[in-house]
Design a protein around this ligand. Structure first.
Ligand SMILES: Cc1ncc(COP(=O)(O)O)c(C=O)c1O
Length: 374
């Protein structure tokens, strides 16, 4: 019998070096650990829509249940997206969440011997996807917690195949303006693929949204990714997409699993796209919930990074130069409150809090006040 560690060494060293993704703590797990009632736990840790799934999507999913015996056909969703976005169907690649299309971009364009550029404090999947291909990560120091596009441009090397940009970024909530991003695209080498990850695009005020889909015609190296996990309320279904030039889409499709988006996800996403009331209400709830959280933080003397998404990243003051955010996170758990610690993002003094329903935001502020006072 071979030793299990010998077997593990068959995996490339760059795979073994990956630090696994750390998801938000599940409600069920915390309930088990602390013997709490699940209904008493509030989770503001994964940037989900606190209203849950859109009623239209739920109805469509119920109607699609009898189709589960068949393999999925992404035609309807691809067509709906192409009409909505004004691109051809050949320009759209569906993913099992937008995480999947980020991985497809890495799979299609990265390999050992090449590099990807992304920002410090950017979304955790960029390092994971880069490392899994054996490519090198070039991590560019952030500026005021946001992307420093000039520094990212300067960091591009001849072996750089991919640049990842999150706009807005998770976990910092920072935003790039259309002028900044367009200028970057103009100046970036034409032979580098730029992924602009717009998972939180729909939470931006319309005037702040970039015409990123329109840019694809003039910047053939651009891939825009979006998701149904956030404002559309379908995080558990796993559906997202990439929009790019057909030739790039063709490459992503070559490394894509056949049938990577399931029947229910397709039906739910098609319906969610048309649920305009749900989208508007979700957007408005986020605006008022953000105000509620910011006012509460101000009252508690807690500072935050200005956010353009559906979460806010707050700074927990140090005690005698010692970081307290980890301890505050643990104490919040004991109050049945799950938020996200950010030490693994190189932000040991910060906690990220998803904007919830009014009563959930109030619970967070109460719990934080109690923990800070204790
Ligand atoms: C910036 C960013 N991009 C992409 C994703 C991936 O989301 P999903 O795979 O659910 O579409 C997330 C999820 O939190 C995110 O924050």
């Amino acid at each position: 019998m071979p030793d299990i560690m010998d077997l593990c060494e068959l995996s490339p060293a760059y795979v073994r070096a990956i630090a696994p993704y750390q998801p938000g703590k599940p409600i069920t797990e915390l309930a088990r650990e602390l013997g709490l009632d699940e209904r008493a736990i509030v989770k503001l840790a994964s940037n989900e829509n606190p209203r849950g799934i859109s009623p239209k999507a739920l109805e469509a999913i119920r109607a699609a249940l009898p189709e589960l015996g068949r393999y999925p056909d992404g035609f309807d969703l691809t067509q709906a997206l192409s009409q909505r976005l004004g691109v051809t169907m050949q320009q759209i690649v569906l993913g099992n969440g937008s995480n999947d299309v980020l991985e497809l971009a890495a799979m299609a364009f990265l390999a050992p011997g090449c590099s990807a550029v992304y920002s410090q404090h950017a979304f955790a999947v960029y390092p994971l996807a880069t490392q899994a291909r054996g490519a090198q990560s070039i991590v560019v120091p952030a500026k005021n917690f946001g992307h420093d596009l000039d520094a990212m441009l300067a960091a591009i090397r001849p072996d750089t195949h991919l640049v990842f940009i999150a706009n807005p970024n998770n976990p910092t909530g920072t935003m790039l303006t259309a002028a900044e991003l367009e200028s970057f695209l103009r100046r970036a080498p034409k032979k580098v693929v730029v992924v602009v990850d717009e998972a939180y695009n729909e939470y931006l005020a319309p005037a702040l949204r970039c015409p990123s889909i329109d840019w694809i015609a003039s910047f053939p190296n651009l891939i825009v990714t979006r998701t149904f996990s956030k404002v559309y309320g379908l995080a558990g279904l796993r559906v997202g997409y990439a929009v790019c030039q057909p030739e790039i889409a063709d490459l992503l499709n070559r490394v894509r699993q056949p049938f990577n988006v399931n029947n229910l996800a397709i039906a739910g996403a098609v319906a969610a796209l048309t649920d305009h009331d749900f989208l508007r209400e979700s957007f408005e709830l986020n605006v008022t919930g953000m105000q509620q959280l910011l006012q509460g933080c101000k009252r508690l003397g807690i500072s935050w990074i200005p956010s353009y998404a559906n979460f806010i990243t707050v700074e927990i003051p140090r005690l005698n130069t010692q970081s307290q955010a980890g301890a505050v996170f643990q104490k919040l758990l004991r109050h049945g409150m799950i938020v996200r610690p950010l030490a693994n993002y190189g932000m040991p003094d910060h906690l990220r809090v998803t904007v919830g329903l009014a009563r959930e935001n109030a619970r967070f502020l109460e719990a934080l006040e109690a923990v800070l006072k204790a």
